[in-house]
Design a protein around this ligand. Structure first.
Ligand code: DGP
Length: 226
């Protein structure tokens, strides 16, 4: 009797503003998959361990200045460095829980309002990367972020930037419209204002739906970003 073909893993991305609890939730989600007997692995972007990642780290810490277009392409290159490993893991049946991915790439650069970086230019380098099965944006108001101790010292951790990034993510998630950014069907906005347990349950309810679709083969094999 022929054995069943091995099912591919699901590719789940958590996006969020700084202080949204994203990193904690990524770990909880990985644990949940493992407890359910599903091989799972966490990843994060930027991956500061590579040569390109170290350049990004220097920029984020304001140790070096990097021109807007250049840093945008470096963030994208940092995802492309991992593209084959992501594909391989998914094909081997490992589910990936990823802390930020290409939507951060688009939204953080978009928030700079640089007229020579229109959306079409920002999205182009991401085209062809492995596409997530679900992207959850953990939403938090600046007041809630402040109540959690405020932001750190990195380059984007300023209230004005966080407001713009939040707004752009809400447009991607279809919660607000009116801007240039169109709704992206992969993005779901989750209110990250509750307790760790509450947010984790909300995340699980969205992820479970995406997981079922992957299990039933509705999403096909590993897809690529259009
Ligand atoms: P984190 O390690 O998750 O705190 O992310 C570092 C910072 O980098 C955070 O402020 C978000 C920002 N960021 C993440 N990915 C990208 C990207 O692709 N492009 C840009 N411009 N910023 C990004």
């Amino acid at each position: 009797m022929a054995s069943e073909p091995r099912k591919r893993g699901a590719f789940i991305v958590l996006e969020g503003l700084d202080r949204s609890g994203k990193t904690t939730q990524v770990k909880l989600l990985e644990q949940r998959f493992i407890e359910a007997g599903r091989p799972a692995k966490t990843m994060r972007f930027p991956d500061r361990s590579t040569v390109i990642g170290k350049m990004i780290d220097g920029y984020l810490k304001s140790d070096v200045e990097v021109e807007d277009h250049v840093i945008h392409l470096l963030f994208s290159a940092n995802r492309w460095e991992a593209a084959h490993s992501i594909e391989r893991l998914l094909n081997e049946g490992t589910t990936i829980v990823c802390d930020r991915y290409y939507h951060s790439g688009i939204v953080y650069s978009y928030a700079k309002s640089n007229p020579s970086m229109p959306l079409s230019w920002l999205t182009a380098p991401e085209s062809g990367l492995p596409r997530p099965d679900a992207v959850l944006f953990l939403d938090l108001t600046p007041e809630e972020a402040r109540a959690r101790g405020g932001w750190g010292n990195e380059i984007y951790e300023k209230e004005e930037m966080q407001k713009k990034v939040g707004e752009a993510f809400r447009q991607l998630g279809g919660v607000v419209d009116g801007g240039e950014i169109e709704r992206d069907e992969d993005v779901v906005v989750v209110d990250a204002g509750g307790s760790v347990e509450d947010v984790s349950e909300k995340i699980w309810s969205v992820v479970a739906g995406a997981l079922n679709a992957v299990e039933r083969g509705e999403k096909g094999g590993v897809r690529t970003v259009p």
